[in-house]
Design a protein around this ligand. Structure first.
Ligand SMILES: NC(=O)c1ccc[n+]([C@@H]2O[C@H](COP(=O)([O-])OP(=O)(O)OC[C@H]3O[C@@H](n4cnc5c(N)ncnc54)[C@H](OP(=O)(O)O)[C@@H]3O)[C@@H](O)[C@H]2O)c1
Length: 228
């Protein structure tokens, strides 16, 4: 049975990705950031042997290390790591730092910490980014915190790609589209995609192989490439 870890899995795109992997028979480690939000527990009741809930705050190095120990107690090989957790905040300096810590440094922490479990597996690293981080396609005039954090994430992924692709790792950099998810703190009424719609597309891109793994491309929910 193949294994995957998904960060920020309590709700939104992460939770719906959890469902896709479970339905496909994977063993899933779901990063749980909001224990008060009960959806993951309900899913656990349906898949008690396949789903493991792992307390995880990607902004906190000690939390990431504890999550690593909890996962490594159960498995020897992690096939796919999906860095999905993300936040959007206002543009105060403090919020910019918080947003960088979650959106850009979080995935770096995760990869650095979990790599020892991945070397013997499928070696796939997935990152949920955004068109908001694209310098070439930028059209906004504010949202400094979120946009800059996703640009920084894209650069981090490029650096990891340069160092880990020669070791056999493959990469997915995914833009989920405009999703009716919970980034504002409650389910959004505006947006183009329901979380389940983009999760299905994400799942097929995260799991499927490509004949062009030596290129790092930001692909969206329609599998269209974006400049970044
Ligand atoms: N929604 C969109 O239109 C859109 C567009 C482009 C890209 N994205 C990206 O897609 C990804 C998933 O977002 P989503 O739309 O599904 O948002 P979401 O519904 O808010 O889900 C993200 C999950 O990550 C959790 N989280 C927040 N901080 C965390 C931390 N420090 N450690 C671990 N988990 C944490 C969130 O908890 P809280 O709810 O408590 O914060 C939430 O459960 C994000 O990376 C986002 O930037 C979203």
């Amino acid at each position: 049975m193949k294994t995957v870890l998904i960060t920020g899995a309590d709700r939104g795109v992460g939770l719906l990705c959890v469902n896709c992997f479970l339905k496909d028979g994977w063993t899933v480690f779901a990063g749980q950031y909001m224990p008060e939000w009960k959806q993951l527990e309900k899913t656990k009741a349906l898949y008690p042997k396949q789903l493991f809930l792992i307390p995880l705050d990607v902004s906190d190095t000690e939390s990431v290390k504890r999550a690593y120990s909890a996962v490594a107690e159960k498995i020897d090989v992690l096939d796919i790591l999906i860095n999905n957790a993300g936040i959007i905040k206002d543009d105060s300096y403090e919020s910019v730092l918080d947003t960088f810590n979650v959106n850009a440094l979080g995935p770096v922490r995760m990869v650095e910490t979990f790599l020892p479990l991945m070397d013997k597996g499928m070696k796939r690293l997935c990152f949920v980014s955004s068109e908001a981080g694209s310098i070439t396609a930028a059209h906004r005039t504010d949202n400094f915190a979120y946009c800059m954090s996703k640009t920084a994430l894209n650069m981090a992924v490029r650096l990891m790609f340069n160092s880990l692709r020669p070791r056999g790792y493959t990469f997915r950099l995914y833009h989920p589209g405009w999703v009716k998810s919970y980034m504002s703190g409650r389910k959004s009424e505006v947006g183009i995609y329901e979380p389940e719609e983009t999760a299905v597309c994400a799942f097929s891109q995260f799991v499927g192989d490509r004949g062009w793994e030596d290129a790092l491309v930001l692909t969206d929910v329609n599998n269209v490439a974006w400049p970044f």
